[in-house]
Structures are given as C-alpha cells and as structure tokens.
Design a protein. Structure first.
Length: 158
C-alpha cells in the first residue's frame, strides 16, 4: 500500500504542529534513492513549544507515551514541509526511539509505542510498523522523547 501523506492526515483528522527548523548543522530529511531518512525529531506541540521532562522523575510513562505520539505528528509535519509534494510513503522501515529517562526507568518500549501506534494508524499495521529500538538517555533541551526514522518511498517525479 502506498499512501499520499496529506490525504491520509486529513482523513484521520490529525492536527500537525509546525515543522521545527534545524538547531544544528544537519538536514531534517534526506532522500537517497527510494529511502527517506528523518533526523531526530522532538515532541513539538501545536503552539511550537516542546514537551519537556525526564521520564521517571517529572513525567510518568503515559505522559511520555503521549509525547512519543507528538513526535510522530512532528515527524509527519517535517516530512510534508521538507519533501516533494508527489512523494509517496510506502512503509516505515526503521525507528530509533530515545527516551529522556532516569536510570531506574525501564519501560522505554512502552513509551515509543506512542509513536509506533500513530504510524500504524497513518500507514496501516502492515506498513506502519517497522523494526525498532527504544533506549533511555539524556536528551537535548530536556525534551521527553526524540525519534529518528527511515521510510521506504516512491517519488513520482523520478
């Protein structure tokens, strides 16, 4: 199943936050042949602010899961604002989910499910779920979650 992203987002009634601008020397997206690479994205809210906090201290696992879903919405916004209009996402290939967590927190996969569940909603279970890693660490700007991803694409302009 191939999907045109803007059409599917409208059909699901999803509200996307503004696409963040790079805060360093990197590209938010990079297309190489039939692959779309996404740099790490944080949980940007509709007003442009970030969901911040450390899971296991200032955030619980359910709040962090919601932040991971928000990262997914941020990533969709980044894709729409940084790729050609005729780009079609065929499937999620690989996800690296990073959780800003205390050393004692161990439910990193549960948190990243917030992102994966959104991708399954947007692209379908078969194509929205790829391989994945979920790890804990300290994150920049004290953001709750950061996720980077790789998608298989079809570019109609080629």
């Amino acid at each position: 199943m191939s999907i045109q992203l803007t059409t599917r987002i409208k059909a699901l009634g999803l509200v996307l936050p503004p696409a963040p601008k790079p805060v360093g020397v990197y590209r938010p997206t990079l297309i190489v042949e039939n692959q779309l690479y996404l740099s790490g994205q944080g949980p940007v809210q509709e007003d442009g602010s970030l969901i911040q906090g450390k899971v296991g201290a200032t955030l619980d696992k359910d709040q962090a899961k919601k932040a991971a879903r928000q990262v997914g919405l941020t990533m969709l916004s980044t894709i729409i604002n940084n790729t050609p209009d005729d780009l079609i996402i065929k499937r999620v290939v690989k996800v690296l989910g990073m959780v800003n967590a205390t050393p004692e927190f161990e439910a990193h996969p549960y948190v990243i499910n917030g992102f994966s569940e959104l991708m399954a909603e947007v692209f379908g279970t078969e194509n929205g779920i790829g391989v994945r890693s979920a790890v804990g660490m300290n994150l920049p700007q004290n953001i709750a979650v950061e996720i980077e991803a790789l998608f298989l694409i079809e570019n109609k302009s080629e």
